[in-house]
Design a protein around this ligand. Structure first.
Ligand SMILES: [Ca+2]
Ligand SMILES: [Ca+2]
Length: 149
């Protein structure tokens, strides 16, 4: 391989590494864009949503069984450690789940068995866990999923 070819290849690799919305991996489901955060830093629910907004999105809402299934598939294909936070929460209204971004009631909640359990009274965020949902502590380290606005 010539030096020029190597330099070209390096250039392509560098471009590839900076692509993808500042720390997110993009995936298109049913014609709509979703973004999974590459980082597992611990941030607040509000900060997660703010990060989504910075790329023209919001923390994911799950509206129906179809969207639920598509997201479960996307998380499965991602093949990295979670947890994977959604925008669903019951913060400030225990047991009444709503979407953080617009405060609308959560429409579709397919819980894992024995969930939500509000463990130690401290679980107010919702993650995709396997093929279902679980409530967990909002301050946990983890990724989050944004949905294009
Ligand atoms: Ca709770
Ligand atoms: Ca739980």
């Amino acid at each position: 391989m010539s030096l020029l070819a190597i330099l070209l290849l390096l250039g392509v690799l560098m471009i590839a590494s900076v692509q993808g919305y500042q720390g997110y991996s993009e995936t298109v489901l049913n014609g709509k864009k979703y973004f999974i955060s590459n980082s597992r830093r611990s941030v607040s629910l509000a900060k997660r949503n703010a990060r989504c907004k910075s790329i023209g999105a919001y923390l994911v809402k799950i509206d129906d069984p179809v969207e639920h299934k598509l997201l479960v598939g996307a998380v499965y294909r991602y093949k990295r450690w979670g947890p994977f936070f959604t925008g669903i929460t019951d913060e400030g209204s225990e047991g009444r789940y709503y979407n953080f971004n617009d405060k609308s009631p959560a429409k579709y909640l397919k819980w894992k068995y024995f969930q939500p359990d509000n463990w130690w009274g401290k679980e107010h965020c919702v993650e995709i866990w396997g093929s279902r949902l679980n409530d967990l502590n909002c301050g946990r380290r983890g990724r989050h999923i944004c949905e294009a606005a």
